[in-house]
Structures are given as C-alpha cells and as structure tokens.
Design a protein around this ligand. Structure first.
Ligand code: NAX
Length: 327
C-alpha cells in the first residue's frame, strides 16, 4: 500500500463537499491503492455540521480513509498538504455589488494563499472552485511567493464536462467517444465552450454540426447551465461539481488520456494572445503531475472574438482587486 496523501478541503461542510468527500474516500480521485488523509476546513460557525460529516465518513468504514482532521482555520488545515481543494467562498448577499463580492473574497483567498505558502507541502497542487473562481485563484497565487503560480488552478472542468455531455446527447454517442472539446476563459457566462476541434470516434465532428445550433443553442446553454440547474432544483450544482473536482485533480496528478485534452483555468503565459498573468481556462494535457497548454489549435475569427470577450471580463475582475494584490 502507498503512503497516504494529505488533501485539504475548505468549505467542507457545504453542498459540493457533501458529495466530494465520500468519493475521494472511496478512491475515485487517486485510485484504489492510494490512502488519503482528509484535512477539512470550515468557518467556526459550521464546525458542528462538519463534525456530522466526519461521523458519516467514519460510518462508511472506507478502507482508504486513513485519517480525518477538522480545522476552523486555514493555517492548521493546510499543514503539509499535497492537494488543496478550495470550495469555501463568500456568496453574493442581498444588495452586494460585484466589487464588494470580489473584495470579500480577496480577503479570504489572500489569507488562504499565505497559509498555503507557509504551511503546505512545497509541491502542493491547488484547485479553486469557490466563485469568482478564476480571480480567487489569482489572488491566492499572488499571496504565495514561495510557490510557483503553476501550482494554482481554478476549475473549468464542470463546464468542460457539460460541453461533452451536451454534445454526446446531441449526437447520440457516448461521452467516452468524444475527444478534444475545450473551454476557454472565465468560469462565468462569458466562457467559450469550443467544439471546433472536437472528435467523435476519432473523426472531426464540427463540419457535421448545424452552426445555428452551435452558436444559438449549444454555446449559450453551456454558458448558462449553472443558472438552469439552480432554476430547476433551487440549489446550485453540487454532485456534478464534485465529480468535476475529482476529474480535475485525477487528470492533473495521473495524466490525461492519450490523444485527448482537458480544460483547466491556469495562469496565462500569453498563449493564443491571452493577456499574461490572468487565470484563464485553456485546453491542457497533463503528464507526470504537470500540465501543458495544447498549442497550435487553429482558431477562426469567431473563436478569437469570444476569447477576447472572456479575457476582457477577467481583466476587469483583476483591475477591481489589483489594489489588494501584493506588488
Ligand atoms: P455551500 O454554500 O453549500 O458551501 C460553502 C461552504 O463554505 C459553507 O459551509 C461555508 O461555511 C464555507 N466557507 C465559506 N467561507 C469559508 C472560509 N473562509 N473558510 C472555510 N470555509 C468557508 O456552497 P457549495 O454549493 O458547496 O459551493 C461552493 C462554491 O463553489 C461556491 O462559491 C459556488 O459558487 C462555487 N461553484 C463553482 C463551480 C465551478 O465550476 N467552479 C460550480 C459549482 C459551484 O457553483
């Protein structure tokens, strides 16, 4: 049996975590021979609920679950962790403007970035899920000067999986028969779910799609899927978000399947003309615990225009928190 890996999860008493913890403990993230130590972090007010989650984990008697520790602060919770999954964030309250939301979260993610810098394992892998995820990841990374920006990611995998799911439904094939879909940009309604490089059964699928369906049905539907789920069930996506966290971390650690790529929000290096330094979703391949942006995908004018729209939104978010970032 391997040595256990330490995984920190913030917002651990929340809805996404309620699906996620049990799947990690069952071995879905890192495989059936990888024991895990869960370091669960919550706000002090939510500690009683977190105790309840820990009881349920114990009651499953998962063979791979080595230890569960509960923390009401990030500094203790991030101690020696190999992976950090940041779910907890400040939701938009009544009367709260966008800039208030960005600032409230800047405070949370600055502290968490510093705590990761000072207490986590030096090669920790971080995924930010709490919204606004891309800018929260940027803030955390900028507050962790001893870690590489490449260790900080935000999650666009739910958008990627939604893209695959809808295409599979439309074409009548199985999601595993689809490869090379991509999601670009912000995890928001400006994101660009891109089918232009997609393949079904190893063949390009875009030429057979109705452009009107792609532009006026498919793209807006993926962009607004979060709101569609909320309207239908009165709550935001939880099980599908947890599933996406599993996929994101598994592929990052263990690699993407040969011939395919996935989508991750990472610090831009300027590829595809995207402004350097913002956290932007790109198509990536993962190998040996590292990711690389897939280069040389042919981008037509319509795609480049969509990249610019989502880039502009991220630059705006960055400008709103710039005064809070360490220089
Ligand atoms: P919940 O409100 O159910 O849970 C959030 C939990 O975080 C709460 O228990 C709260 O006490 C805790 N929390 C808040 N601030 C904290 C802090 N500073 N330290 C530790 N814990 C803290 O939300 P849930 O449905 O689980 O969603 C979590 C986040 O994911 C939200 O920000 C949500 O907007 C975001 N999402 C992001 C998605 C993505 O694809 N990137 C999709 C799903 C989801 O909407």
């Amino acid at each position: 049996m391997k040595r256990p890996v330490r995984i920190a999860i913030t917002g651990a008493a929340g809805s996404i975590s309620n699906s996620l913890l049990f799947r990690i403990a069952a071995g879905d993230m890192f495989g059936p021979d990888q024991p895990v130590i869960l370091q669960l972090i919550e706000r002090p007010e939510a500690m009683p609920a977190l105790h309840g989650m820990a009881m349920e984990l114990e009651d499953c008697a998962f063979p791979l679950l080595h230890t569960v520790r509960l923390h009401d602060n990030a500094e203790a919770g991030f101690k020696n962790v190999h992976y950090a999954i940041l779910l907890g964030a400040r939701p938009r309250g009544p009367g709260m403007e966008r800039k208030d939301l960005l600032s409230a979260n800047a405070e949370i993610f600055s502290r968490q970035g510093r705590a990761l810098n000072d207490h986590a394992n030096h090669d920790v892998k971080v995924v930010v899920v709490g919204n606004p995820a891309n800018t929260n990841a940027l803030i955390a990374s900028r507050n962790a000067p001893d870690l590489s920006p490449s260790q900080f990611t935000a999650m666009s995998r739910l958008d990627h999986n939604r893209t695959k799911g809808m295409l599979a439904n439309h074409t009548g094939c199985n999601p595993t028969d689809i490869r090379r879909v991509a999601v670009w940009g912000n995890h928001s309604a400006t994101q660009y779910p891109d089918l232009r490089h997609a393949e079904t059964f190893g063949m390009p699928v875009f030429p057979s799609l109705d452009l009107n369906w792609v532009e006026n049905d498919f793209i807006p539907r993926v962009q607004k899927r979060g709101a569609e789920v909320i309207a239908a069930r009165g709550q935001s996506s939880a099980a599908s978000a947890a599933n996406a966290v599993i996929d994101h971390m598994r592929d990052w650690a263990l690699g993407t399947p040969p011939g395919d790529f996935t989508s991750m929000c990472i610090v831009s290096d300027g590829s595809y003309g995207v402004a350097k330094g913002i956290v932007f979703s790109f198509p990536v391949c993962c190998r040996y615990g590292r990711y690389q942006i897939v280069q040389n995908l042919a981008m037509d004018e319509a795609s480049l225009k969509r990249l610019k729209t989502t880039e502009a939104e991220l630059l705006e978010e960055k400008a709103a928190v710039d005064h809070l970032l360490p220089k």
